[in-house]
Design a binder for this molecule. Structure first.
Ligand SMILES: *Cc1c(COP(=O)(O)O)cnc(C)c1O
Length: 455
């Protein structure tokens, strides 16, 4: 099980570290890739091997792995004021400055921000806010949260309950009152002969039916990613958010946009909500918020939820919630720099300019008969492998096709992520054309190799 050289990095990792979200057979066979440093979109392991990380770490290292300005912003803030909280009426100047910036770059005319250390905690915080303000407003029964199957919202007990993935059954999750609607994936979930518009209408009708069945006054909110990320990069079907929002507005239920992946440029706009032209009631942010250079999440409330939260807080003169490191000054200084880099140093523009090239290159690769669907937008794409393209029949699960593809890519020096039977590509925004071509070449070679083995 652990036959790596004694005392090697791989052996020590196997002995001392517990792996989260890891395909154990792969790591047993291959050992852990122990990473020491990065350069641009590349990472290097303890054996000196270089990999192009086409997943930006975990979607978040959008400025690459050695951005000088981001590291300097952190260093300068460590020198000035290395840590503080945001409790008891105190917070750092950086926390104030970032809150102002976040409201200004949000789609909201005004709003308020609350900080966490992660996206999971931001979703958890949002749910507690909704529970808190509904109780204050005399609706203690309004607790249920609606999300979608395959949606990913995190791993804390609440955010895992929001996540619509079957793997959470091993924890006895979801908790009661977390309801998962149909995954908005037209290619997989659309019925024979159903148009995309009809599919959207069916999903909106389903939502309406669930609200009627449960009672609108028992539902606290609907939370959705503009494009599902960890569910396999699933852009919404045509008109989806307009149809869903009309139903929610009719019932007075807030729509929360989980922008942990989409936010700050991944879809080519600053928010996924902008790309898909809807106005959420609140935004959840993390990942790109600090370009991955500091762990941080944020809940950004729009005007209505800000006012209602403030009124609920005024009533008991306190919101009894917060993390020790909420609004950490170094995190806030890094986030301020990251937002500046993404918006003003052209990173988001590069996504917009590079997206058609990325789509064209992947479309060519997707010509392979064992690719069933290419889907995505901006710099987030997935290729889904199939045994039979016409019937959309997947490969036998025992073949672990997407793991094989990812492992073969790793051998070729390309990091990409297996997700179900799909392979995900979400490179850093700094990728050059030559690096994009390197990604296409390595991916294509790995796919051809694996498909020839399993065909
Ligand atoms: C990653 C992710 C989260 C969870 O963020 P963590 O920082 O891992 O807790 C929540 N929502 C979405 C959409 C994500 O992609």
């Amino acid at each position: 099980m652990n036959d790596h050289a004694p005392n090697s990095w791989e052996a020590r990792a196997a002995q001392y570290a517990l792996y989260g979200f890891t395909d154990l057979p792969s790591v047993r066979d291959r050992g852990t890739v122990v990473v020491t440093h990065g350069e641009g979109p590349y990472i290097f392991d303890t054996n000196g091997k270089k990999y192009l990380d086409s997943n930006s770490g975990l979607w978040n290292m959008v400025a690459g792995f050695d951005h000088k300005g981001l590291a300097e912003a952190a260093k300068a803030q460590y020198d000035r004021f290395p840590g503080y909280h945001a409790f008891f009426g105190r917070m750092s100047d950086q926390t104030v400055a970032l809150s102002e910036t976040l409201v200004n770059v949000s789609p909201f005319p005004r709003g308020k921000v609350f900080y966490t250390n992660s996206g999971s905690e931001a979703n958890d915080t949002l749910v507690k806010m909704l529970w808190f303000l509904n109780r204050a407003e005399g609706r203690p029964q309004a607790t249920k949260i609606l999300t979608r199957k395959n949606g990913y919202h995190g791993v804390t007990a609440v955010s895992a309950s929001m996540t619509g993935k079957p793997y959470n059954e091993v924890f006895g999750l979801p908790l009661d009152g977390f309801l998962h609607l149909t995954c908005p994936h037209y290619w997989r979930e659309g019925r024979d002969g159903e148009s995309e518009a009809e599919f959207t209408a069916r999903l909106a009708a389903e939502l309406d039916g669930v609200i009627d069945r449960e009672g609108a006054d028992t539902i606290a909110g609907f939370v959705a990613e503009p494009v599902m990320g960890a569910g396999g990069v699933i852009p919404p079907p045509e008109g989806y958010f307009q149809a869903v929002q009309a139903v929610l507005r009719r019932h007075g239920i807030p729509l929360i946009s989980d922008e942990v992946i989409c936010g700050f440029g991944r879809t080519g706009e600053i928010w996924g909500a902008l790309t898909y032209d809807f106005m959420p009631d609140a935004i959840i942010s993390s990942k790109n918020l600090t370009a991955g250079y500091f762990p941080m999440g944020a809940v950004i409330l729009g005007p209505d939820l800000s006012d209602r939260m403030q009124a609920a807080i005024d009533e008991i003169e306190e919101f009894p919630h917060g993390f020790t490191a909420s609004g950490h000054p170094v995190g806030c200084a890094v986030a301020l720099k990251a937002i500046d880099v993404i918006l003003n140093e052209g990173l988001m523009d590069r996504v917009r300019e590079g997206a058609p090239r990325m789509q064209a290159g992947l479309s060519e690769i997707a010509g392979h008969p064992n690719i069933g669907e290419l889907r995505g937008i901006g710099y987030m794409w997935a290729l889904e492998a199939v045994r039979d393209r016409d019937t959309k029949t997947p490969f036998e699960a025992a073949l672990s096709v997407s793991e094989r593809i990812a492992n073969t890519c790793t051998d070729h020096g390309l990091i990409c992520r297996p997700l179900g039977q799909s392979v995900v590509l979400c490179p850093p925004f700094i990728l050059t054309d030559a690096q994009m071509d390197e990604m296409f070449g390595k991916l294509d070679a790995a796919l051809k190799q694996v498909f020839s083995e399993v065909a």
